[in-house]
Design a protein around this ligand. Structure first.
Ligand code: PEP
Ligand code: MG
Length: 311
């Protein structure tokens, strides 16, 4: 033949260890989807909407005013669709918008943002979404469009919830937007101590999963600003208080058939992986560059647990 054998030019499928705990990947920008999918990860544990929105150069309110709601929805659909397509049928967990007000300040429309002393304790995540359903509904419409297009691997994740009240209100808006909350996979992030302590009440509202956002969970549990270099050495995701909240949450979720996962940075750290696998977490989502190591670490711990159990 005048060409190379086809097998030799095809990229090799990564050899990935079989594990009971799923290993997923975090995708911060849609452009990274192909590289993320090539890791052989079991899905996307976190796709943030922030990048899709912040690159528009306008606040959502201003963009909708200038370009129209349809255009805003299409921007979100485009951003999510590329990742959902790349991973199909592996699940892609998409988080609704969670940008603090100070990140909008420099944009068109930013002058209308409230001037907050403490944006990380302020008007962001589900708080803003619940207060501005006229904007949030367009995010939800993007999810509905993707479901109508057949991307049933898309999952919806709510950021910065504190309790069942947040979940009840968000669920109502999801349903009003035409999302079938019985049929679709949706859940919450566990990022505040309150959400960890209230997870049973949230489970009763029908969430399918709870995902640890350890960047924020650590910051709020220890009262250590995650972006403050003066206290950076006190930012400890493996602090016993953080681990206790995680452990209790996993146990409660197991009793209620709610999947647990982690999508904070700590999911890429071997010590945290060891702890989570021993606690029986359902999935771990790691950074693209860490997926391989996490896959092997999960395998190692799972095998050790089996050996320990027969000893
Ligand atoms: C987290 O808080 O751990 C998280 C994944 O969300 P973000 O880093 O976007 O706040
Ligand atoms: Mg967070």
């Amino acid at each position: 033949p005048d060409h190379e054998p086809v097998e030799e030019v095809r990229p090799k499928t990564p050899v990935k260890p079989m594990t009971a705990t799923e290993v997923k990947v975090n995708v911060s920008i849609p452009e990274a989807a192909e590289r993320a999918a090539a890791t052989g990860a079991d899905g996307v544990g976190l796709l943030r909407m922030e990048h899709m929105v912040l690159t528009l150069g306008k606040t959502p309110e201003r963009y909708i005013e200038d370009e129209g709601a349809e255009a805003y929805q299409d921007q979100l659909v485009d951003g999510i669709q590329g990742v959902a397509e790349e991973f199909y049928p592996r699940p892609v967990r998409v988080r609704t918008l969670d940008a603090p007000t100070d990140e909008f300040r420099s944009m068109e429309g930013g002058e209308d943002e409230p001037d907050e002393h403490n944006p990380m304790l302020g008007w962001r995540g589900i708080r803003r979404s619940l207060d501005k359903p006229e904007v949030f509904q367009h995010e939800l419409a993007a999810f509905r469009k993707l479901y109508e297009m057949g991307y049933d691997n898309v999952e919806l994740m709510l950021p910065l919830v504190n309790d069942a009240e947040d979940v009840i209100r968000a669920k109502k808006l999801m349903q009003e937007a035409g999302i079938d909350t019985e049929k679709r996979n949706w859940g919450v992030m566990i990022e505040t101590p309150a959400s960890a302590l209230m997870v049973e009440e949230m489970a009763e509202q029908g969430i399918d999963f709870a995902s640890f956002g350890t960047n924020d969970l650590t910051q709020y549990t220890l009262a250590v600003d995650r972006n403050n270099e003066h206290v950076a050495d006190r930012f400890d995701e493996l602090h016993p208080a953080v681990l206790e909240l995680i452990s209790e949450t996993i146990e409660t979720c197991r009793e209620h058939d709610v999947d647990t996962s982690i999508c904070g940075q700590a999911g890429s750290k071997p010590e945290m992986v060891d702890f989570l696998v021993e606690e029986g977490i359902s999935s771990i989502s790691a950074n693209i560059d860490a997926v391989r190591d996490v896959q092997h670490e999960v395998k190692r711990v799972e095998q050790q647990l089996i050996l320990d159990s027969v000893r």
